[in-house]
Design a protein around this ligand. Sequence first.
Ligand SMILES: NC(=O)c1ccc[n+]([C@@H]2O[C@H](COP(=O)([O-])OP(=O)(O)OC[C@H]3O[C@@H](n4cnc5c(N)ncnc54)[C@H](OP(=O)(O)O)[C@@H]3O)[C@@H](O)[C@H]2O)c1
Length: 211
Amino acid sequence: MIVIYGGGAMGESLLAGLVRGGRDTADLAVCDRSAERARTLAERYGARQVEAEEGARSAEAVLLVVPPKAVPGLLDRIAPVLRPDCLVLSLAAGQPTGEVERALRPGTAVVRVMPNTAVEVGQGMCVLSGGRHAGPDRIAEACRLLGPLGDVVEIPEEQQDAATALAGSGPAYFYYVIEHLAAAGAALGLAPDAARRMAVAAASGAGGMLR
Ligand SMILES: NC(=O)c1ccc[n+]([C@@H]2O[C@H](COP(=O)([O-])OP(=O)(O)OC[C@H]3O[C@@H](n4cnc5c(N)ncnc54)[C@H](OP(=O)(O)O)[C@@H]3O)[C@@H](O)[C@H]2O)c1
């Protein structure tokens, strides 16, 4: 079972992307501080809703998608019951793998991941870096898990801040350009909807040509 901790904007994008990518929903669970939010997501995507410790006991992989300041408290709860072979994917921006490792049983494999919201439509980017106990097999496992969400690139952990600016925030730059292209088209007399479609097609077409 894969447990997503944190059912906010990114947690939902990941859940939606994994379901869209063909992951068996019986294999997916969500845990949020708000039980109601977790229930809503579980119902929306056909996943299970779990309590923090319950999920950790049976998870093969956990995705930490809570705000960075909430990670230590969450790890305190799940570390004592987490399976020793569980793969821990930490998506909290700016949080080094060493900090996560220190809160877990020695030897636990931790992989830091910087995603972007386009994972929701299977065209995202996940930039990952392995911690001290994440060897090539665990990195390959992380790549298999994240692969259906889009592209996956492995980088040295010290480059994660740069990746956050480029990959994590990348779609926002294009939203801005698209918005202004569409507005320019509308100012030239195009119907706003047609102008927006042209701007979106230009961006996705350019991306497709460059792949
Ligand atoms: N959004 C992005 O584009 C993006 C990109 C890259 C990385 N990230 C990373 O992803 C993480 C989540 O970001 P987000 O934008 O999804 O934030 P968000 O919308 O605020 O969602 C975070 C969710 O986690 C819940 N939560 C807090 N503490 C928890 C706990 N101990 N156990 C379970 N759930 C808990 C929050 O509940 P409450 O609201 O009740 O506190 C909220 O539902 C962050 O670490 C961020 O750095 C986000």
